[in-house]
Design a protein around this ligand. Structure first.
Ligand code: GLN
Length: 488
């Protein structure tokens, strides 16, 4: 870990503004940390060393001449998940089919980060097309958990979470369709936020399941995550699903009192299947909410047991349609084996997609096909409404819900890869927020006996990010989790 490794972004900004550290020095230090440990962690698919240093030098010159714009993230190097497009920088979605794809434009979140002065450090590894919970589905290599290199960092934004945890980047962006920001954040001991559907533009996010996908930040602390959200949130004419609602001031609201808030604890989230150490750590953390003057209430989310089956019908259905565009014609891989058009499509897609992506395309095509559409897709859509109603009912009684982010501790590489169903079960506590569209945040609440991070999840009603960050920040201070020394 370098001196800037776990430094809050706010503090890095102050160093830069006071000119106690140059942007070049800070960028160099993250690049050298990447050089030192990323051959073991493998969080990055692409490192933008020279462009990052050139941008840092430009910012330093502007600071010296007094023409610096002093943006929200001026001089802060960040890592971006490789399913978010970056102009002129390879964006692969960790897939062979996009192995050499260089986008001609920036995603809105990327242009917003650039406008606020951030520097692109590199693109992070993920499960192929964000389909997975371990980053083992990357077509290139698996990312390792910095707390134990034999274990997975979670997924699909595993590279983003691992990079932040290891001090390779002070913050990162991920995407979350069914837990892909929150679950790796929990596995790596970082904070991850999936905003409300519509809060952040998805223009330039490579689509997986369009009614569920959302971009969000990963950071070392709640205030870093608030700062990153501030920079990327807001409506965007390029994304008709982005909400016109004004963006709140997340940072100024973060220190508000939380006394008197009602916190719901869904009884179905603590049933069998939840790891004992996670349960213990959560109960202790939830008690601390009472210490902060909040009241705890048991609530019921009766449809929880249907969440996984609902998600694993709707997400593959949408994916099978979104992925139809990879046909070898317009961009991406094209097979050399092309006797005629049909065989070209077939071999391009056979060669370009990995096993899990193919599985999802098959499931998705099946549940959408005539004869099965009503039994699966329509049925799942109805259950989705019931799941959403669970939230609407719960939020009549309480301000927030709190529970686990994941049912298990970070597992060993290879442990669940052969059993897709077991892997899917890892998403039981996260997919519901996507199905309903509400925001959810994972916060480190402790470490297991083996020194593995444990995450607590807080979920809030639509567009309540400011209050959610406020509560998470208060709990973070109260918990004051002592991190063991990072083994790498
Ligand atoms: N693990 C879930 C899946 O495999 C969620 C992925 C995501 O949020 N992108 O679909």
């Amino acid at each position: 870990m370098t001196e800037f490794g776990q430094m809050p972004i706010k503090q890095l900004r102050e160093l830069i503004q006071r000119r106690d550290a140059s942007v070049t020095e800070i960028t160099q230090s993250f690049l050298s940390r990447i050089r030192q440990c990323d051959d073991k962690i493998k969080a990055f698919l692409t490192v933008e060393e020279e462009p990052a240093l050139a941008q840092a030098a430009r910012l330093d010159r502007q600071l010296a001449s007094g023409e610096s714009k002093n943006g929200l993230l001026s001089g802060i190097p960040l890592a971006i998940k490789d399913n978010i497009v970056t102009q002129g920088v390879r964006t692969t979605c960790a897939s062979r089919i996009l192995e050499n794809y260089i986008p001609p434009y920036d995603a809105t979140v990327v242009s917003r980060l650039k406008e606020s002065g951030a520097i692109l450090l590199g693109k992070t590894n993920c499960d192929e097309f964000a389909m997975g919970s371990s980053t083992e589905n990357s077509a290139f290599f698996a990312t390792r958990n910095p707390w134990d290199l034999e274990r997975v960092p979670g997924g699909s934004s595993g590279g983003s979470a691992a990079a932040v945890a290891a001090g390779e980047a002070p913050g990162a962006l991920g995407s979350d369709t069914g837990g892909s920001i929150r679950q790796p954040a929990a596995f790596c001991g970082t904070v991850g936020l999936k905003p409300t559907y519509g809060r952040v533009s998805r223009y330039g996010l490579v689509a997986f399941a369009s009614s569920l996908d959302q971009i969000g930040p990963v950071g070392n602390s709640v205030s870093d995550v608030a700062l990153l959200l501030q920079a990327i949130a807001g409506s965007d004419p390029q994304d008709s699903t982005s909400a016109a609602r004004p963006v709140e001031d997340y940072l100024s609201e973060i220190d508000q009192e939380v006394k008197g808030l009602k916190i719901g604890v869904p009884k179905e989230w603590f049933g069998s299947g939840l790891d004992g150490q996670i349960e213990q750590s959560l109960q202790a953390a939830i008690k601390k909410l009472e210490g902060l003057g909040c009241s705890l209430l048991e609530v019921s989310m009766p449809q929880t047991e249907y969440a996984i089956s609902t998600y694993y019908i709707i997400a593959p259905a949408e994916a099978s349609s979104n992925l139809a565009r990879y046909d070898g014609v317009r961009y991406g891989h094209r097979s050399a084996d092309q006797k005629d058009l049909d065989s070209m499509f077939k071999s391009t897609r056979s060669e370009g997609f990995g096993e899990e992506v193919k599985r999802r395309i098959m499931i998705g095509t099946y549940v959408l096909s005539a004869g099965y559409y009503d039994a699966y897709f329509i049925k799942a859509s109805k259950v989705r409404t019931l799941l959403r109603n669970d939230y609407l009912e719960a939020f009549k009684k309480v301000d927030f819900l709190v529970g686990p982010t994941t049912p298990s501790l970070p597992f060993k590489i290879g442990e669940k890869k052969k059993d897709p169903l077991e892997m899917y079960l890892m998403d039981v506590y996260t997919v519901t927020a996507n199905l309903a569209g509400i925001p959810g945040l994972s916060l480190p609440c402790g470490f297991s006996q083996e020194g593995l991070p444990i995450g607590l999840q807080i979920q809030a009603p639509y567009f309540q990010e400011a209050r959610l960050l406020n509560l998470a920040h208060a709990l973070e201070q109260e918990l004051n989790v002592k991190r063991p020394k990072l083994p790498i």
